[in-house]
Design a protein around this ligand. Sequence first.
Ligand code: CUA
Length: 368
Amino acid sequence: MVLGLVALALVAAACAPNATQSALEPKGPYAQKSFDLFVPVFWVAVAIFVIVEGVLVLFVFRYRHRRNQSPRIPAQVHGNTRLEIAWTILPTLILAGVAVPTIATIWDLAAKPTGDVLEVNVLAHQWWWEFDYPGEQILTANELHIPTGRPVYLTLCAVGFGYGTPPSNGGPPAPNACQTGPPDSQPPASIGGAVIHSFWVPELAGTQDVVPSLTNHLTIQADEPGVYRGQCKEFCGLSHAYMRFRVVAQTPDDFARWVAEQQAPASPDVSGPAAAGKEIFQQTCTACHAVAGLESANGQPAIANGAPNLTHLMSRECFRGCTLETNDENLARWIADPRSVEAGSFMPDYGLTSEQVDQVVAFLNTLE
Ligand code: CUA
């Protein structure tokens, strides 16, 4: 009884109104196609379940053991050709009937959309998502902005050690389909392993695995502006649960404005604690993070080395695989002791004093 109530409470909690990650509430045409396939297949399964279980229960009841009575033996049908043929053909017909819309939907969803399509490369890192807009020359992390009413064709790659390794015959590394820039450029250095991830925004599309040395695709589209929550759906290491992301769908005008803002370099004018923070950032953080227009301590342009590009960090509502809201308190906590926030973190603890941490946070605040 108590266990039943606890189970009921847990089930009810899963239906909380703010838990919006539901494939049963499609918010775009691609999620709708999966849903439209799910509904009839579900009811076919329900009908079969009810019939099979109903007959099972009926027979268990009818031919149950009764005390002081000789057992009732049902009529034996072994070797009945008609019945054998019937229960072979019927399931075949049901499965064939389900297969027709299933295969049609698979082909439909796999087709590359035509017309006015936005292309975005999705790079799955341990344990965060990088979004690269090759046409717009924008790089962002954990927040994928898309315009409403327009198909977004994603190219998904897993990155990390073991990816882009030159083959043993000494030839060039395998090109990364998600890597933009000159075709002969080296694949970006990576932190963490190249492992299998899975990209899932339940309200916008089904799941798609992200597999090292394979290039997969997925099309998503949102009808209405809004924030759609996504997450990695394949166990990919210690911090798999921290690998979330958000899809921010905006009207075409708002999206164009966002693109223009992202294309602008970070402001070079910093003063006060932010200037001190900028110096610390250039000496330590640029080993992994890049900010457009910022040089590292040795005068080289900072190139992202397997960690998120922070050029417009403050324009993102979340960071750290979208598990932390972007605010001073969280940034300071994260910089001061990354492993206390995320056990598997690849971000090193540079042992900064709390004053230095505050200075770095002040600098990050200028990255709007
Ligand atoms: Cu990436 Cu789980």
